[in-house]
Design a protein around this ligand. Structure first.
Ligand SMILES: CC(C)(COP(=O)(O)OP(=O)(O)OC[C@H]1O[C@@H](n2cnc3c(N)ncnc32)[C@H](O)[C@@H]1OP(=O)(O)O)[C@@H](O)C(=O)NCCC(=O)NCCS
Length: 211
């Protein structure tokens, strides 16, 4: 039987993750969050139980999911917390039986993950995003609402493809990138940074020592 779920983070993204778990018939035990006071309700009936440092109290009885949109924060917390991770897939998402979904991922309403796609751990495939066949999505990535990745796209770890952006089929985008809302990536990107526009161009590079 599925254990009750603890959400790490109680902000906006936690609302959709909680809703997803409930829609699958799961149980959300509560939220751990360093910024919200205990008792605050992320959704009605889903209270903040304490700070993230208190996770060990729940580690035996619950599974966990990091419900925070920032790729960098998900990467850090996944390394720090020794827990059993829960994957949340909304009942309206279309996920191929031939796709591989890593632990701790969230796949939102009406998202599509097609055959032979591989989604790395703790990634978000958000509302209505399309991840076509043979994509390889690195861990801690975020494919935002309405983004479309053509077939055989490879995305490095911790990259965010923002709302409504498109990535042409067979393109490779390195880790640590942000592809801005509405952008269209038509060439491989091998320098970490923020890209925007049609076709997508570098807005700002991530400094090399920014790990
Ligand atoms: C790409 C993005 C991350 C850049 O954010 P930022 O670093 O704060 O950039 P700024 O807003 O300071 O904008 C810098 C410049 O780039 C331009 N710009 C920013 N985003 C752009 C976009 N998506 N397309 C085209 N131009 C863009 C701005 O107009 C600005 O131009 P200017 O200097 O001529 O005024 C952001 O604009 C974006 O697209 N966010 C979407 C986030 C998202 O999808 N979240 C999912 C939530 S579920």
């Amino acid at each position: 039987m599925n254990k009750p779920v603890i959400l790490i983070g109680g902000g906006g993204h936690a609302k959709v993750v909680a809703d997803c778990i409930l829609s699958c018939g799961g149980c959300v035990a509560g939220v751990l969050d360093d910024r919200l006071p205990p008792g605050h309700e992320t959704l009605p009936g889903i209270p903040v139980l304490g700070s993230i440092a208190e996770y060990e109290k729940y580690a035996g009885d619950c599974s966990f999911i990091i419900a925070i949109g920032s790729c960098e924060v998900r990467r850090r917390l996944a390394g720090e917390l020794q827990v059993s991770w829960r994957t949340a897939i909304h009942p309206t998402a279309a996920v191929s039986r031939f796709a591989e979904i890593g632990e701790g991922c969230y796949i939102g309403p009406h998202a599509a993950v097609n055959a032979c796609a591989v989604i790395g751990a703790h990634s978000i495939i958000n509302t209505g995003a399309v991840v076509e066949h043979d994509n390889i999505i690195g861990a801690y990535s975020h494919i935002s609402p309405g983004a479309i990745l053509g077939g055989s796209v490879t995305i490095g770890e911790g990259t965010q493809i923002c709302m409504g952006a498109c990535v042409r089929n067979n393109i490779m985008i390195c880790g640590g990138c942000v592809i801005g809302a509405g952008a269209v990536a038509v060439k491989d990107i091998d320098i970490s940074g923020t890209y925007a526009g049609v076709p997508a161009k570098l807005l700002k590079q991530i400094p090399e020592n920014n790990t």
